[in-house]
Design a protein around this ligand. Structure first.
Ligand code: GMT
Length: 379
């Protein structure tokens, strides 16, 4: 199939899922066209089946706000027409689904059919999409997508509860490439970061409010009182300054390191003992799955799609949002002795294997085939 993939090109989960999906579809022989405003961060290799089309937005003094959606729509029309795409798969509803809908209408006038699939990722529904400034457009674009998928049962429920959506939603969970995300022999990293055998606690995110990174710091401060430990904070974002301030207030700066945005995240996960994801809301928690694949147990909240990934007491523990005492107590249970830690690590990996990309990718291919059949049958 010739498939156009529209996504955000950044480190965010939806862009990562879209890029990894496109890469794997390409290795299976599909022709993949990424369409976005800059090279996706995970699009880091050459494949004869992958092309990248940049959406260029011309600036004009009149535009206080750049009309990205119009530029994206025009680009979609161009790529679909000249690359003869069979379908579009858009990741994150805003503004990708409405741009795809508009492109579809314009192409129909030219006698070109363009089915499009929308994958809902999380904040496009739970946070941003519900805002009155976007809701009517999101609802319309979801209902007029040719197929809709969501990355967890929880996100599907949220969508049906908060939007007047009548379209069927297929749940296809996020996935992991176990060739890349596996425990790597990186002991020299561990020696450099934790020279005295300290336990390594890790967090990765975009440091937005919804991630509650300050809770990671609070949990770490409690754990460190009992167990020698170091904290790795990976990523960057708007809360960074506040998080640094809290580290200073709690006097843990000597044991906490801010590593910024990292590409080879699997190498750092490989030497970590525990991952903390205290998010306010998380439709799936891809970063936790990446950790589990590298044999790192996870402490998460029990919101959103987390219970579909993290098995309480087996692959880690779940707590209520903000309950840092409970998170710290659970962290200490996992880290208290080597046998317990080893058992959690083993079970985390076993659970991650259920989300192997090779199991999940055929589910997307099946949605593509079904969508194309409906389009051909005119239903
Ligand atoms: O977590 C973020 O803020 C990024 C966001 C995105 O859309 O890029 O992530 C969402 O999509 C990921 C991939 O499907 C999910 O694993 C994350 O749980 C989800 N984030 C939230 O729901 C907050």
């Amino acid at each position: 199939m010739r498939i156009g993939i529209v996504c955000y090109p950044t480190f965010g989960g939806s862009g990562v899922v879209a890029t990894e999906l496109g890469k794997e579809l390409a290795t299976k022989g599909h022709e993949i066209h990424f369409i976005t405003y800059s090279q996706p961060v995970r699009l880091d290799f050459f494949s004869e089946n992958i092309s990248y089309h940049e959406v260029e937005v011309s600036r004009y003094p009149l535009f206080e706000y750049i009309p990205y959606e119009s530029a994206l729509t025009s680009k979609l029309i161009d790529v679909v027409k000249y690359e003869q795409l069979d379908l579009l798969h858009v990741h994150y509803a805003i503004p990708h689904a409405s741009a795809a809908y508009f492109a579809k209408q314009i192409l129909a006038e030219k006698g070109i059919s363009l089915p499009f699939i929308t994958t809902l990722h999380g904040t496009d529904i739970t946070l941003v999409g519900r805002d009155a400034s976007y809701e009517p457009v999101v609802t319309f674009a979801i209902n007029h997508s040719d197929a809709v998928t969501s990355v967890s049962e929880s996100l599907k429920r949220d969508t049906l509860e908060n939007f007047a959506v009548t379209k069927e939603i297929d749940v296809i969970p996020n996935f992991i490439d176990l060739r890349r995300f596996s425990k790597k022999p990186k002991d020299h990293f561990r020696k450099a970061i934790a020279p005295h055998g300290e336990k390594l606690i890790v967090h990765t995110s975009n440091f937005r409010k919804v991630k509650r990174v300050q809770d990671v710091v609070r949990v770490f401060q409690r754990v460190r009182k009992q167990i020698p430990a170091k904290l790795l904070l990976i990523g960057d974002g708007p809360e960074r300054v506040e998080i640094e301030k809290l580290c200073r207030e709690l006097d843990i700066c000597d044991d906490a390191r801010f590593l910024g945005k990292q590409e080879a995240i699997e190498e750092l996960l490989s030497v970590s003992d525990l991952f903390i994801m205290p998010s306010e809301s998380e439709s799936f928690g891809l970063a936790a799955l990446e950790a589990m694949a590298c044999q790192v147990p996870v402490i998460t909240t029990n919101t959103g799609g987390m219970p579909e990934l993290n098995v309480n007491g087996e692959t880690g523990f779940m707590s209520d949002v903000g309950d840092v005492e409970d998170m710290a107590a659970n962290a200490m249970k996992i880290l208290s002795d080597d046998d317990t830690l080893a058992a959690f690590k083993k079970r985390a990996l076993a659970r991650a294997r259920l989300f192997d990309i090779n199991e999940i990718l055929p589910q997307y291919e099946s949605v593509y085939r079904r969508t194309l059949q409906c389009e051909t049958a005119g239903t």
